[in-house]
Design a binder for this molecule. Structure first.
Ligand SMILES: Cc1ncc(COP(=O)(O)O)c(C=O)c1O
Length: 436
């Protein structure tokens, strides 16, 4: 295909009327599709049906220490769930606690504790004046919303192909008002980028001016390979070891959950950190709650052990389950890529990279068009993530990022939704070029 920039005004006008006809035809179909949020599809959730019946009703649900999971207590979570989540995060057992249904809650509470009580003897952040937080961008809107809600100034840090621009990060942390950085280190939301070993080592070796600066390492997609057991998987250097080696043992918090393994919002979550940081968190947690939902923890372990092939094999169960889910998700990502290639390749109007894992595809339109494209798609019945959502404050200075979430729609719907998206991108681009 010829790039739109090389077409004459007459050719552009012909293209415009053809695209308008296709767009109108789509509108008349009365579609109602949603590619806005990275939700598992109902069929994916169906694959975890065993979770609902994982605990026998004729036995007490006891943990490996013989504690009754139906009762109060065990603030760090039951041992078998801690082992599982330690394995998922790649940290020792002593460094992890298992929480309830949401890692985002653990992140929010971690920021809140820093605000209200201060971290490890530092002055509470509420008493430190105007503070800043580093936001690798494009990034996850809900991360940015947390620090924005607590009054931080979110500082965008450009994402490069192998993680955040570390020269900028290193420079930014010399400012003592900078208190943290959000990271989705593997199959990042929304680009699907995995941080290189060099980036992980440079993060681990940061020398922040603020003693209460922390790396918020949200490893939400650690086992979400689209092509497991192949060369098309990414591997991530272990942050804890890197921090220990760099003499920064307390600089990290890690988070994960089974939201995109079992049930979204109905899974189990985990927070890992140095033993000293964890002890501090536990002291606060034990005021906040008498213990997490251990019944859900136990049934997750039992369900995953059954998949993994026996007692103690829950982590293998996760890998097994994720292989199966990859078989459902990969064709959807491929469909998006195929339709975008068919409709957009060579036209010079959009860029995207097909990721090897995670939940999203990031597409860049020509500058100034993303909002218009999202609005046009909505008018024709396809809801996309709001343009700008991948930037702090919802403000994409180039107005070009569009986040595509392929997991939820059925594949036939996805094909239609992507075709419409591509038509909107082309229409907006032709209009922009004709307007000069
Ligand atoms: C990077 C990232 N972290 C966290 C979450 C939410 O996790 P949870 O359901 O455990 O709160 C999401 C959901 O999309 C995500 O993309």
């Amino acid at each position: 295909m010829i790039a739109y920039q090389d077409l004459s005004p007459l050719e552009l006008k012909a293209e415009l009327s053809e695209l308008q006809a296709r767009y109108t035809a789509f509108k008349e179909r009365g579609l109602k599709l949603n590619m806005a949020r990275g939700k598992p599809s109902p069929s994916q959730l169906d694959q975890a049906a065993g979770l609902l019946v994982a605990l026998p009703t004729d036995q007490r649900p006891l943990d490996s220490n013989g504690e009754d999971t139906r009762n109060y207590g065990i603030i760090r979570g039951i041992p078998e769930a801690c082992s599982l989540m330690a394995g998922l995060l790649g940290v020792p057992f002593a460094n992890v606690l298992v929480g309830n249904n949401s890692s985002l809650t653990l992140m929010y509470d971690t920021v809140a504790r820093g605000m209200l009580f201060g971290l490890r003897g530092a002055t509470p952040m509420t008493q430190q004046g105007k503070l800043r937080f580093l936001c690798p961008t494009p990034g996850y809107d809900r991360h940015f919303a947390v620090t924005e809600a607590f009054g931080f100034e979110n500082i965008p840090i450009p994402m490069l192909d192998d993680g955040p621009d570390m020269d900028l990060v290193q420079n930014a942390v010399t400012d003592p008002t900078v208190k943290g950085i959000w990271c989705v280190p593997k199959y990042s939301n929304p680009q699907g980028i995995t941080y290189s070993d060099t980036v992980v080592r440079r993060l681990a070796a940061l020398k922040p001016a603020a003693p209460d600066f922390r790396i918020y390492w949200d490893n939400a997609y650690s086992v979400h390979d689209l092509y497991p057991d192949s060369v098309y998987t990414a591997s991530l250097l272990d942050l804890k070891t890197a921090c220990d080696e760099a003499g920064n043992p307390d600089i990290w918090y890690m988070f994960a959950s089974t939201s995109k393994i079992s049930y979204a919002g109905g899974g189990i979550s985990a927070l890992a950190s140095s033993e000293a940081n964890l002890a501090e968190i536990e002291a606060h947690l034990s005021i906040q709650t008498i213990g997490p939902d251990k019944v859900n923890q136990l049934r997750h372990v039992r369900w995953l052990e059954a998949i993994g092939g026996g007692e103690g094999l829950a982590l293998q169960g996760i890998h097994q389950h994720m292989r199966m889910l990859a078989g459902m998700l990969a064709p959807k990502f491929e469909m998006v890529d195929e339709v975008l290639n068919r409709e957009l390749a060579g036209l010079g109007v959009a860029n995207w990279v097909k990721p090897l894992g995670g939940y999203f595809i990031l597409l860049d339109t020509l500058p100034g068009l993303a909002k218009q494209v999202v609005a046009m798609a909505k008018d024709a019945g396809v809801v996309l993530t709001d343009a700008g959502a991948t930037w702090p404050g919802g403000k994409d200075p180039n107005d070009s990022n569009i986040r595509i979430a392929p997991s939820y729609p059925a594949i036939e719907e996805l094909e239609m939704a992507c075709e419409l998206l591509a038509i909107c991108i082309r229409l907006a681009a032709v209009e922009q070029l004709l307007a000069g």
